[in-house]
Design a binder for this molecule. Structure first.
Ligand code: NAP
Length: 262
């Protein structure tokens, strides 16, 4: 992975003075984002289920002079998301932005053979997780506004070859993002979604190990014909969480090496 932790937090950083909550911060895109956001001056609240991995990310951020707190939380549980928001407010005094990024999928099972509980799990983590997170975050942003970024996928705009519940769930993430952007504009809350393309993370390693045939469609179709490094996704999330994207809301931003352009 590219080095995202070099250098102390910047007073001129994109996210200076902001508190940002990140779900799925224990690995991959979420962990890279936590380190980048902290380097850009944010105080970060990291959530995921694996406490040891969260603590490692917090330790790296603190060693670089940043401020971070970990909250063990499952995005499928509404109360866990509310507890993470309470920690943000209790530790850092508020919440200005959120990157709702936790996700999970399986691959390789055709729709007619897939078990209902697999469908439920994929929908719960990817779609209900964003629902739970936003419903916990929005109440503390109503007074002063904020920016929410939800992780969708190229599978949120196309049938990519990923599993059908994942494609449905990532389409739902875009629908929830647009609806929230429209509902909360008068509270100055912006909501956007990322259409993330193939990125080298634990999730992608698992997908490609389960279904190696997906490597070609996932990479060769893209203009850039490679996997992204997680920090390349984090850079766009940082911009969307920042005030520099002030006229961008209800948008689906492709970060996909040109996958959807072809
Ligand atoms: P990853 O390294 O496997 O990260 C997934 C993160 O989600 C982990 O931190 C994991 O933490 C967390 N998570 C999973 N289930 C959770 C749950 N029930 N509650 C709380 N946290 C949970 O994979 P990644 O690629 O960085 O994935 C990040 C996001 O990008 C996902 O939404 C994924 O769908 C999306 N995405 C990835 C790609 C890609 O090519 N990698 C492409 C398009 C979209 P714990 O296991 O510790 O809970």
């Amino acid at each position: 992975m590219m080095d995202t932790s070099a250098g102390p937090p910047s007073a001129q950083g994109l996210l200076h003075g902001k508190t940002v909550m990140i779900t799925g911060a224990s690995s991959g895109i979420g962990a890279a984002s936590a380190e980048l956001f902290a380097r850009e001056g944010a105080r970060v609240v990291l959530t995921a289920r694996r406490e040891d991995r969260l603590r490692e990310v917090v330790a790296r951020i603190e060693a670089a002079g940043g401020r971070a707190v970990a909250v063990v939380a499952d995005v499928t549980r509404a109360e866990d998301m509310r507890a993470a928001v309470r920690t943000a407010v209790g530790t850092f005094g508020g919440l200005h932005a959120a990157f709702n990024n936790a996700g999970w999928t399986s691959t390789g099972t055709p729709m007619h053979l897939m078990r209902d509980d697999e469908y439920d799990r994929i929908m719960d983590v990817n779609a209900r997780g964003v629902w739970n997170a936003m419903r916990a975050q929005i109440p503390v942003m109503l007074e002063h506004g904020g920016s929410i970024v939800n992780t969708s996928s190229v599978a949120g705009v196309r049938a990519t070859g990923a599993s059908s519940p994942y494609i449905a769930a990532k389409h739902a993430v875009i629908g929830l993002s647009r609806a929230a952007a429209d509902e909360y504009v008068r509270h100055r809350i912006r909501v956007n979604a990322l259409a993330v393309g193939s990125t080298r993370t634990e999730l992608m390693d698992q997908v490609l190990s389960d279904t190696p045939a997906l490597f070609a469609p996932f990479t060769e179709r893209a203009i850039q014909q490679r996997l992204a490094d997680p920090v390349e996704i984090a850079q766009t999330a940082a911009w969307l969480c920042s005030d520099r994207s002030s006229f961008t809301t209800g948008a689906v931003i492709p970060v996909d090496g040109g996958w959807t352009a072809r």
